[in-house]
Design a protein around this ligand. Structure first.
Ligand code: NDP
Length: 456
């Protein structure tokens, strides 16, 4: 019997923490998990899952419009935000309960309260109990970042509050140009809210392929979203009925809500990391090695709190690899190459591998294959929405280095393309694959001529 009360103490029951706790328990470890909010974490409770439900909801407006081109007469349509939120909350409650059940079934003990590190092997629970642990795992995730120097910041909401608005505003300004900003702008716009995106950069979604970035802006502007670039909020004021957002560039934008989506920061404040001497980087993230171990040998960290690749499946992999390494006798480091990404903007984006610019920086010869077309559905719907597909290919080996898609279904396609890329597929492999007709994805295997050959 070990000298400690538990073998593993997990702080935070989100994607990474829950997976780590369950797998460690399956390896025979005595596990305790503390969670101060709701089991499931950001992804399940106020992130990926409820977001995607709202994206589905908001898309119906276009679906009703498109139906006319296919012979349908859709009568009066009405949308009830409160009913949607109620339905969404029911689903989140169900998932939350499933997470609790699965965790308990694994043998892990759940403590529904905050926990603070007291030393390399000690954690203090909010009710005063001190628990000793052979290993401590920090999996506390992240939280929305709002510039603390922005006057009127308390009048703004983040994505956390957006999921629980009492009512939809008539107008909204979404600040930021990343994942959350473009996804929520699409949701609000689809639900009939007059939507403005205000972003400091010269394009949305920095880091994504340039063609996709341009195309996304074009397409969301066509749908009625106003995109203001190269400007920042200077102040938020309360006017009679609404708020006024004053920008550094001198604009005054009136809106019922101002939503700030300017990134997220690791949740490390008040965790007691200093009590054990756990090192953090300049952004506050816990510094870990390839096995998620901190500078303190008995303390590990996974997920957004480490600010590596802040995506749910990555946190899950990190949690699993940690548990296998520490309790399963298998030393496993997560492979971060070729992680597929999706942005549930409208239209959505799927992306895996190198962008054109990244490939050019790394390879002397790069071929670009590009298809920009009207999807079949919109021949009859009449909607002016295009789809973009792009393959980035190493001109020397013909290996496909990247695949970038904008349009309906692109996230689903990208998950599968990611397998081919992970296996090292070449352009010849894509060409040798029979097209599946009629699909949009068949474009990926029928692009014969490069649209651009870069050589240096
Ligand atoms: P992102 O990092 O994607 O985007 C942050 C945006 O805010 C960028 O446009 C950035 O501009 C801007 N910004 C940052 N700081 C400031 C500032 N001080 N003033 C003005 N603008 C600023 O973060 P999100 O909040 O959108 O999302 C957080 C993370 O959550 C994502 O990075 C992603 O990892 C994850 N996520 C994933 C989703 C998915 O997989 N579909 C969905 C939602 C979130 P600039 O580009 O100039 O730096």
């Amino acid at each position: 019997m070990s000298e400690f009360e538990v073998d593993l103490f997990v702080i935070g029951a989100g994607s990474g923490g829950v997976r780590a706790g369950r797998i460690a328990a399956s390896h025979g470890a005595r596990v305790m998990v503390a969670e101060e909010y709701r089991v499931g974490g950001t992804c399940v409770i106020r992130g990926c899952v409820p977001k995607k439900l709202l994206v589905y909801a908001s898309h119906f407006a276009e679906d009703f419009e498109d139906a006319a081109g296919f012979g349908w007469s859709v009568g009066e349509t009405r949308f009830d935000w409160a009913r949607l939120i109620e339905a969404k909350d029911r689903e989140i409650d169900r998932l939350n309960a499933a997470y609790i059940r699965n965790l308990e079934r694994s043998g892990a003990k759940l403590e529904p309260m905050r926990a603070v590190i007291e030393g390399p092997h000690a954690v203090r629970l909010a009710d005063g109990r001190l628990v000793t642990a052979g290993t401590i795992l920090v999996a506390t995730g992240g939280a929305p970042y709002i510039d603390p120097a922005l006057p009127g910041r308390e009048l703004a909401i983040s994505s956390n509050e957006a999921f629980h608005l009492q009512r939809l505003p008539e107008r909204i300004v979404v600040v930021g140009g990343g994942f959350i900003a473009v996804e929520f702008a699409g949701i609000f716009n689809g639900l009939g809210v007059e939507t403005t995106i205000l972003h400091r950069g010269d394009g949305l979604l920095r880091g994504f392929d340039e063609d996709l970035r341009h195309k996304l802006r074009e397409e969301i502007e066509k749908k009625g979203i106003r995109v203001v670039l190269g400007d920042q909020p200077a102040e938020i004021l309360k006017a009679d009925e609404e708020l006024v957002l004053r920008t550094a560039g001198g604009l005054e934008i009136e809106a019922g809500e101002v939503m700030i989506a300017t990134g997220r920061l690791p949740n490390t404040a008040g965790l007691g990391l200093e009590n054990a001497g756990v090192a953090r980087d300049g952004a506050g993230a816990i510094v870990v090695d390839a096995y998620s171990r901190t500078n303190v040998p008995s303390i590990y960290a996974v997920g957004d709190v480490t600010n590596r690749v802040n995506l749910t499946p990555v946190a899950i992999r990190e949690g699993h690899a940690f548990a296998d390494t520490v309790f399963g006798g298998k030393k496993i480091a997560v492979d971060y190459a070729g992680i597929p990404k999706a942005v549930f903007s409208q239209p959505e984006i799927g992306s895996v591998g190198l962008t054109e610019a990244e490939a050019l920086a790394e390879f002397p010869a790069v071929d670009i294959y590009r298809a920009d077309f009207k999807p079949m559905k919109h021949t009859l719907s009449g909607r002016d929405e295009r789809m973009l597909m792009k393959l980035v290919v190493d001109g020397t080996s013909q290996r496909v280095l990247g695949c970038h898609i904008l349009g309906a279904g692109s996230a689903e396609m990208t998950q599968l393309v990611a397998i081919a890329l992970k296996m090292g597929a070449t352009k010849e492999d894509f060409d040798a694959t029979m097209a599946l007709h009629p699909t949009a994805a068949e474009e990926l295997v029928t692009m014969r001529q490069p649209s651009m050959r870069h050589r240096r």
